[in-house]
Ligand binder design. Structure first.
Ligand code: NAD
Ligand code: DAU
Length: 357
């Protein structure tokens, strides 16, 4: 069996931890290195069940530090990268765009430089594996849709927030390294993920946490914005398939064919929470509070994932209702996790984001 040394960045975060777990368990002949800075969004508790696995190593470090990145590529001679590390929350990008440039743009270019150096010098001699740099990106790079149409792989980029502008920039650098230096790359652009271990600044876990604490549910604007939701383990499965079978140099869109208006999603979530908590029907909905809209709020995202479905035979495996119930149950059973990640700096963040909205 082909041995591989794979660097996964951002593996202590939400999606990254599901990808690390999948690769460590499914491919015992691969050595998986998880590089993570452990920002507020990174948590090694997300990986407790696999941290002792013989094919797993954790590296604490910052992708924005080029000397460190070069040193680990020299030391471990990775033959593949799956790059997920990023600043990911749109609201935080509105407050502090520079942090998104440092990690998402500079950090990505540091990784590209180190991969280019190693793969055109030392690794080339052995030739046992074909290296690949797989960049995990977002559908937000395509901008905002009105009520019709879908994002395809050829939709022109039109990012609208500092977050999506930084991800679009990193995608362009990845393609530029493929075009200019022939670096073998893959890119995927995915829609909104939900599931276990998502940090409770994002809509679904934030609202679960607020219902548990009987706090208002702050719906931005009129709640009419639309997102296309995908269960996180289905995204991890897509990353596995694209990594192994995707055509080098190409892009794959990943989505759930599952569009929901925010307010409809919130009502469904409230219903599940009432049911699980044994509350009178309608109790959680009474917490819904319409607040000032997000600046520059993208109206609608919707992914056309035909290419991935037809060329690589991938399909979402979990329906939204089922996935949402699994997610709610996980948060209810892991309230210690929730309490730990919402202590300290989170309190300050929450106050700043929502107090005067
Ligand atoms: P997350 O915020 O939950 O986790 C990000 C991880 O990156 C954390 O573990 C954090 O510690 C780490 N990190 C941040 N800055 C770093 C740095 N400078 N050096 C090293 N590590 C650093 O993110 P997520 O939601 O799991 O998203 C992962 C990737 O998937 C991102 O690239 C994101 O753009 C992309 N994506 C996310 C979604 C979504 O709905 N969450 C959808 C599509 C694409
Ligand atoms: O589309 C993929 C993207 O999805 C990822 O690239 C991002 O990393 C991820 O954060 C997510 O971006 P969104 O901005 O769509 O996700 P968020 O959970 O922040 O918001 C979902 C929708 O809910 C959005 O329309 C804004 C709205 N919202 C969000 C929060 C946090 C509210 O109405 N109230 C809130 O308090």
């Amino acid at each position: 069996m082909l041995q591989r040394k794979i660097l996964i960045t951002g593996g202590a975060g939400f999606i990254g931890s599901h990808v690390v777990r999948l690769f460590v368990n499914k491919y015992p002949h691969y050595t998986i290195f998880n590089l993570d800075k452990l920002t507020y969004a990174g948590n090694l508790k997300n990986l407790q069940d696999i941290e002792q696995a013989p094919n797993y190593t954790f590296l604490k470090g910052d992708i924005a530090e080029s000397a460190y990145i070069f040193s680990i590529f020299e030391q471990y001679q990775f033959d593949a990268v799956i790059h997920l590390a990023a600043e990911t929350h749109v609201d935080r990008s509105i407050e502090n765009p520079l942090a998104f440039v440092e990690t998402n743009v500079l950090g990505t270019v540091n990784l590209l430089n180190a991969a280019k150096k190693i793969w055109t010098t030392s690794l080339k001699q052995s030739d046992a594996v074909t290296p690949v740099f797989y960049h995990v990106s977002t559908d937000e790079v395509y901008g905002s849709l009105d009520s019709g149409g879908f994002f395809t792989e050829t939709t022109p980029y039109a990012p609208q927030s500092p977050y999506s502008a930084s991800k679009a920039s990193s995608d362009h650098f990845v393609r530029a390294y493929h075009n200019t230096y022939k670096l073998p790359v893959l890119i995927s652009n995915c829609s909104n993920n939900y599931g276990q271990h998502q940090f409770p600044e994002k809509l679904i876990p934030l609202f679960i946490n607020n219902i548990l604490q009987n706090k208002p549910l702050p719906v931005y604007g009129k709640g009419e914005n639309v997102r296309d939701w995908l269960y996180v383990k289905d995204h991890a499965r897509a990353i596995d398939v694209i990594f192994h079978y995707g055509n080098v140099g190409e892009t794959y869109n990943v989505g759930g064919q599952n569009e929901w208006k925010n307010i409809d999603l919130v009502r469904l979530l409230c219903k599940i929470m009432d049911n699980r908590l044994g509350k009178i029907a309608g109790s959680s909905e009474r917490l819904i509070t319409y607040v000032t809209d997000r600046a520059g709020h993208d109206l609608r995202y919707a992914i056309d994932a035909q290419k991935l479905m037809h060329h690589l035979d991938w399909q979402p495996s979990v329906s939204f209702e089922e996935g949402l119930e699994i997610t709610v149950d996980w948060y209810l059973q892991n309230q210690t996790w929730l309490a730990e990640v919402t202590s300290g700096a989170y309190q300050q963040y929450y106050k700043q984001q929502y107090e005067n909205r």
